[in-house]
Design a protein around this ligand. Structure first.
Ligand code: ZN
Length: 557
């Protein structure tokens, strides 16, 4: 017995010595690549080695190949570009998956087109089954007023139809849907919501922000299996576009449970940093459990509370300090009271949780900053990494407060490219100087994790990368960019989808750059997005996406 133990000990120490002399062979070596590591100590290299799911080495091919063993896979990247796996710092993973089953209206250019698309779907839909769609945007139509339900009610008298606006902050329901939800002229909007009405006080079918629930509560529930299927479909879609991670901007308990179940089973090929929706029971549950980091080999984090300060600009729900330029009696709406934001933030600090608050208008942002400031006064915390999501319109005086308070502005650059056509009409010219102003913020010393807000925008993270550096839409309009002095550099934009999201999620020691010891999460692209002209960025294609050194997506060539 004792002898066996001694032998084992000797064998162990001699293997340690061997390890020191010859390093363990790599599982994977990538050579002949243009690798942007996002690690300042070796920013640009040509080769990389991976072992046990982690980056083992970055540098030259000659050195990397010293790690080649009998079973090492070697990939000659043929001069292609490698970057760290991309992360969407603000998306809605489950909605992405659920939306893949619904009518996609994002490319429609008129209300007639939307009605025609719904009519086509109704033809193959059993009677009384709900028909859902998403992506309408009246700002793209000739008549930019909100639509009304009549045309949808005519083509679909029996099937309830609910169509979400592109920003998720308003819905259009037909008569059957309003009937199913028992909405009548007598129905009152809850605080933080609005029911659009005609001259006779009848609901027109459009429900804004907190009023959406008046109809949505009647939607049939998805089964647990449907939720699993939708989640897996969303992950596959994300991997196709080079995403290895997503910060999911708010999910209820039952969806977080689905994520956890899939992650536990090892079928969740994404690092999900999921925020907990603002629901007191759910928040209490997770406070009791405590902050959860890097669960199931770094696939799930549950340590952030998502709050809402205001609504969105497109539906005039964003809270402004002065009225809308195109609606002089309207200053938008606060979806939560300032006291609520501060109370939840205070309790989050006491429990070691982060808070991420949706704020779009200048008043929404000020209210969120004030709430954070108050919470931090009562529970001083050095490393809180509180975030504000969107930060679209800022009053000049609030720009430096992010750096002062240590609050991270989490922005989605592509919103600028989508909103620039009509935002000045909502805001007036003077206020647009503080809109989507990422350069002004960067100059104060903060970082800006970038995101898509999918399904509000497309899942492909290169849309936000492109908008960040060009301030243009996908047809390179306007020439030179919209308020071009606010552009990011390519380096900043690359950080915005790699190391900055990692930092905003307390993950920077595990991921966000190709640094030895971190997860081997990377993407192979068919062109060098760091050097090609702006106009070519959106043509870049992902060849392969790797998580922990394993391909989760490979394009068939
Ligand atoms: Zn969002």
């Amino acid at each position: 017995m004792r002898l066996t133990a001694l032998c084992a000990l000797l064998a162990f120490s001699s293997s340690l010595a061997a390890q020191r002399a010859t390093p363990q062979p790599a599982d994977l070596i990538v050579t002949n690549a243009r690798i942007y590591t996002v690690d300042d100590s070796h920013p640009f290299v040509s080769a990389m080695a991976v072992r046990d799911g982690r980056v083992q080495f970055v540098g030259s091919a000659r050195e990397a190949l010293l790690l080649r063993g009998a079973s090492t896979r070697v990939i000659d990247a043929a001069g292609q570009t490698v970057i760290p796996g991309m992360v969407d710092a603000h998306g809605h993973l489950f909605e992405l998956g659920a939306g893949l089953r619904n009518i996609d209206l994002t490319d429609t250019r008129s209300f007639d087109e939307i009605v025609a698309r719904v009519a086509a779907r109704i033809k193959d839909t059993p009677a009384n089954r709900w028909v859902l769609g998403r992506g309408w945007d009246q700002n793209k139509w000739g008549d930019t007023r909100f639509p009304t339900h009549e045309a949808l009610s005519r083509i679909s008298p029996n099937n309830p139809v609910v169509l979400e606006r592109v920003d998720g902050h308003a819905i259009l329901a037909n008569a059957a849907a309003m009937r199913a939800a028992s909405v009548t002229a007598a129905t009152q909007a809850p605080a933080g919501g609005r029911i659009e009405r005609d001259a006779n006080g009848q609901p027109t079918g459009v429900f804004v922000d907190n009023a959406m629930g008046l109809v949505q509560h009647a939607l049939p529930q998805m089964s647990h299996d449907d939720m699993r299927t939708a989640t897996l479909a969303a992950i596959a879609e994300a991997n196709r576009y080079g995403l290895v991670g997503m910060h999911d901007a708010g999910e209820p308990r039952e969806i977080i449970d689905v994520f956890e179940e899939l992650a536990k089973a090892g079928t969740f090929s994404l690092r999900a940093y999921v925020m907990i929706s603002d629901d007191s029971g759910t928040i209490e549950h997770y406070f009791q459990r405590g902050p959860q980091s890097a669960l199931y080999d770094g696939h799930l984090w549950i340590r952030t509370i998502k709050l809402y300060a205001d609504g969105a600009l497109g539906s005039r729900g964003a809270a402004l300090l002065d009225p809308y330029a195109d609606d002089p009696k309207n200053v938008g709406l606060l979806k939560s009271t300032p006291q609520h934001l501060q109370d939840v933030s205070t309790r989050a600090l006491q429990h070691g949780f982060q808070v991420a608050t949706h704020a779009i208008g200048d008043r929404g942002n000020r209210v969120a900053l004030d709430a954070y400031e108050g919470a931090l006064k009562s529970v001083p915390t050095v490393d809180h990494r509180f975030r504000i999501e969107h930060v679209q319109i800022l009053d000049h005086a609030d720009v430096p407060r992010f750096a002062q308070l240590g609050v991270i502005p989490s922005m989605q650059a592509v919103h600028q490219a989508s909103d620039m056509y009509w935002a000045p009409a909502r805001l007036g010219y003077a206020r647009t100087f503080g809109a989507y102003a990422w350069r002004s913020l960067l100059n104060t010393g903060v970082i800006i994790p970038n995101g898509s807000d999918v399904p509000v925008e497309r899942v492909n993270p290169l849309y936000s990368f492109h908008a960040a550096v060009s301030r243009q839409d996908d047809s390179s309009w306007p020439p030179g960019g919209w308020f071009p002095e606010q552009k990011m550099t390519r380096d900043e934009a690359l950080k915005g989808m790699t190391i900055w999201p990692a930092y905003a999620a307390f993950q920077e020691t595990l991921t966000g750059s190709l640094t030895p010891g971190k997860y081997a999460d990377f993407v192979i692209l068919d062109r060098d997005i760091m050097t090609i002209p702006d106009a070519e960025i959106l043509g870049a294609r992902v060849f392969a996406t790797y998580i922990s050194g394993r391909a989760v997506f490979e394009r068939s060539r």
